[in-house]
Design a protein around this ligand. Sequence first.
Ligand code: SER
Length: 596
Amino acid sequence: MTSQELRQLFITYFKKNGHRLIPSSSLIPENDPSVLFTTAGMQQFKPYYLSLKDPFKDNHLSLGEPLKSRNIITCQKCFRTTDINEVGDRSHLTFFEMLGNFSFGGYFKKEAIQLMFDFLFKELEIDEQRASFTFFSGNNNIPSDEESYQILKSLSIPEEKIKQGKEDNFWGPTGMIGPCGPTVEVYVDGIELWNLVFNEYYFNEKKEYQPLKQKGVDTGMGLERLTLITQFPQDETKTIFDTDLFAPLMDYLFQFLPQDQEGLKTARIFADHIKSIVFLLSEGILPSNTDRGYVVRRLIRRIARFLEKYQLAKEMIFNLVDLVVAMYSLEYPEIDKKEEIKKVLLDELLKFEKTLARGLKIFEELIETKEKENQKIITGLEAFNLYQSYGFPLELIKEMAQEKSFSVNEEDFQKEITHHQEISRAGKEKKFGGHGLKGLITTPEQEKMVKLHTSAHLLLAALKKIVDPDIQQKGSDINSERLRFDFSLDRKLTDKEIKEIEKLINQKIQEGLEVNYYETSYEDAIKRGAEGVFKERYPEKVKVYVIKDKEGEIFSQEICAGPHVKNTREIGKFKILKQESVSSGVKRIKAVIEDN
Ligand code: SER
């Protein structure tokens, strides 16, 4: 059976059982600013699980009309970086297609498990003997999913084939908040094939599990894995790369790569990455040093290094692009942009070519010296130098190290990044009056956190200007996805105030104001009117970050260790997601930033 037939069988089977087929959503999540990519089929349906949208009344975001059904199926294109280090084994990929059936109030555990069972073992006639199942056995917060266990048993599945699971059998949320719940996982030939999620909870900002009003079903089955177990039953020697979803790419690559272990691994990573690159570029994502752009850049640079290692002509990549487009353009017509994709790829490869050659030379010399000294570890600083001076992404350095039986001190590498960010900023600001970080590549997560950090300063200033000059910051928490900001106020902000605050902050961002700092004693800083909260924690000399407006008036002045953006324009677009009450005198704002 071909992968195309399997896709179709899934669709036909679930349509017959009362589901509506909805097109795959974009790889850039449309209603979920907290995640970079679409990693699961359920993302486009989040509002339905949360009862924020009615499937019969409200328009679906990209469909432009209501879903008109509580039971939905999709074949969703997905991209995940979480498994990037596993790519090359039997079953992990960065780009994959997920077949999924979803229900928001149409059916729940019993029907979902039955549908799964009938599709696999009756419709596809997979031998039940090959399958095993896991269910959620409970933890401190959530009880064991006895119901699913009983349903599985009622299908005459032998008890020894139903195992208890903990972490892996609880799914979600995507991002920080959202629907989540216990899962039943289906394994065939030892491969995790299908994940049935029963969304019963909402994980909120306070990190609590609230029962959902509307319980829902969210299932996902990797098409590549389904194809593997169907095309090569009970054959452990075969991998997803042997299926028809990869064969054309692998056959082509093997015209150029050696058939040994290393060549095989390279071909697999190459094939996986080129698919991801084609799909990501087709969505208009361009290689850059931040967010999604940096992810694409990393994938392309890994391929650039394969080209160099095996002395392959760039043109071969273009043939691979043609192959990917030919394989997928029927299902995903949006990728039919061969020429644009090739142009971006070529530009990016050319950009990297020179530094790659120089970096590789440096790397070889480094290895040689270390081998003489009997060392097998690349230090954080050495890795950082390759990263900063030659633009080598960490996984590329790791891969090259591995090939030489070296390892990389990743923890120190991350420390170096943080350290150098600060030094670079401080040094350059002293010399040039506020031009820091140029040429230094940071991870998207770190950059986002720095932006959110500066946003927190703007937020406090805006609260004081618009609401009450006596407002004090009561705490803040920043991760790579959002800012949580607590402040003193004995009432809730009105919607109008929130809008005005957001507007003022975005205005200051657009004005492109410089962010500078000076150093002085804590007492002097306070005298000069700087904000400061926890006095006892400050060292003798403190840094005071200042943002002046266009007229030269101080807009924000805070004692803070940094780091911050050098110009407010870097922040992008500031958006307040919600306000909450922490206690009667303390309110909380949750905010995110979006790229402009
Ligand atoms: N959301 C679940 C997953 O991604 C099931 O679709 O595995």
